[in-house]
Design a protein around this ligand. Structure first.
Ligand SMILES: *Cc1c(COP(=O)(O)O)cnc(C)c1O
Length: 396
């Protein structure tokens, strides 16, 4: 099997699994207990918090454990909105291609009287910091822009956007779920006030994540309960998962350069090969993108059929985001970069990691063009294009 869907989830690393096991089998005490058996778990949490803080240049007291990227996004945005509402500031700036954990939270706030301004992400999928500067108003209470996009992999100028927000004293949140463990994060240098990460996107376990919140940002509780996470997130900590997350992030950050050299070589080879398919287009900027992301549109085919045929041939890939497959709507990300509906339906995302090999790349480059050809040969729409009854939308 060729696994090329690492933006959806990743395989757990051996180091993360072996870090977790003792806390499942032996040290299963409650970290809130006073006896030393519980304190063993509490000490491991202290250590995990320190490791994670070090990976993003934060201080351990600014790290809050959550159930994953979605919860972190919700808590960050709702916290900033609550503070804003108290001062009658109800304008929020974001972008049109955020993850649904951000977009749907913003939709809910809109119903509560907030004004949501979604910035245009242009054909290359990159926001210009000047757009943020131009949109900030007296009543802006939050800017939330994702670090790297989960579908087309484009990386935003986060330090510059953060700088604009800092100068105007507006809290800046970034969904860094696709960035953490893959590209460098420094919340100090990049002027980030809040940041969301999720362990299962960097070879850690599922169902655990982090919200980083700078010291001066008061968080709102989403989950009421005990005094865990300084009272900001009740519930007994998922100790093994948190320890697995810390081990995975530490490993990913230590090996980042070496992994990325390999991943980039494979990615560029695949992009170069797929570009040769007639009437195809790479989605998103060619340079400002995650090392592992390949995202294409192929005219005249349907993404779901492509995925099923690739699955038959042993390739795991994705079309649009995992959260929207199952619905017939084209990806909001591809529409945001201006792809027409018809083209947006024919998309393919391959997301690589360091476990992918040259053989995987060869197989992808052999199978994808064959499957695209096959699907086109069956399509009445494609025939119409060939005989000139319909126009081609993507150049040859
Ligand atoms: C996967 C993902 C999320 C959601 O994270 P979960 O831990 O699965 O809740 C949020 N944002 C982005 C950009 C993602 O890729």
């Amino acid at each position: 099997m060729v696994y090329a869907d690492n933006a959806a989830t990743t395989k757990m690393s051996k180091i993360a699994v072996s870090a977790m096991l003792p806390y499942i089998e032996n040290f299963w005490g409650n970290p809130s207990s006073l006896y030393s058996f519980g304190q063993k778990a509490a000490e491991a949490l202290v250590c995990a918090r320190e490791k994670i803080a070090a990976c993003i240049c934060a201080s351990p007291s600014e790290i809050y454990f959550t159930s994953g990227g979605s919860e972190s996004d919700n808590q960050a945005i709702i916290s900033a909105a609550k503070i804003g509402a108290r001062k009658n500031k109800k304008h929020i700036i974001s972008s049109s291609f955020e993850h649904h954990a951000v977009l749907h939270t913003l939709k809910k706030l809109e119903k509560d009287g907030f004004e949501i301004e979604l910035l245009d992400v242009h054909v290359n999928g990159v926001i210009n910091p000047q757009q943020v500067a131009d949109s900030i108003r007296e009543d802006t209470c939050l800017v939330t822009v994702m670090f790297a996009n989960n579908e087309i992999g484009t990386v935003q100028p986060i330090a510059e956007i953060g700088g604009v927000c800092r100068a105007r004293k507006i809290p800046f949140h970034t969904d860094a779920v696709q960035a953490a463990g893959h590209i460098p994060i420094d919340v100090q240098k990049q002027n980030i006030d809040m940041l969301s990460i999720s362990a299962h996107k960097f070879h850690g376990p599922k169902g655990v994540g982090v919200l980083y919140a700078r010291k001066n940002i008061p968080l709102t509780n989403l989950i009421e309960g005990g005094a865990q996470e300084k009272g900001k997130r009740g519930g007994t900590e998922n100790v093994p998962a948190i320890i697995g997350m810390a081990a995975a992030l530490e490993e990913a950050c230590a090996n980042m350069e070496e992994n990325n050299r390999k991943i980039l070589r494979l990615r560029n080879k695949i992009i170069g090969g797929l570009k040769k398919i007639p009437h195809s287009a790479l989605n998103g900027d060619g340079e400002k993108r995650l090392p592992g992301n390949v995202s294409f549109c192929f005219e005249g085919i349907e993404g779901e059929s492509l995925l099923l045929l690739l699955d038959d041939r042993g390739i795991c890939a994705s079309s649009g985001s995992a959260c929207t497959s199952g619905s017939l709507d084209p990806s909001h990300v591809l529409l945001a970069i201006g792809r027409p509906h018809e083209i947006a339906h024919g998309s393919l995302r391959l997301s690589l990691d360091e476990n992918n090999s040259e053989d995987d790349a060869e197989k992808i480059l052999q199978v994808v063009p064959e499957v695209v050809d096959y699907l086109r040969s069956m399509s009445p729409l494609w025939k119409d294009k060939l005989i000139g009854k319909r126009e081609f939308l993507l150049p040859e």
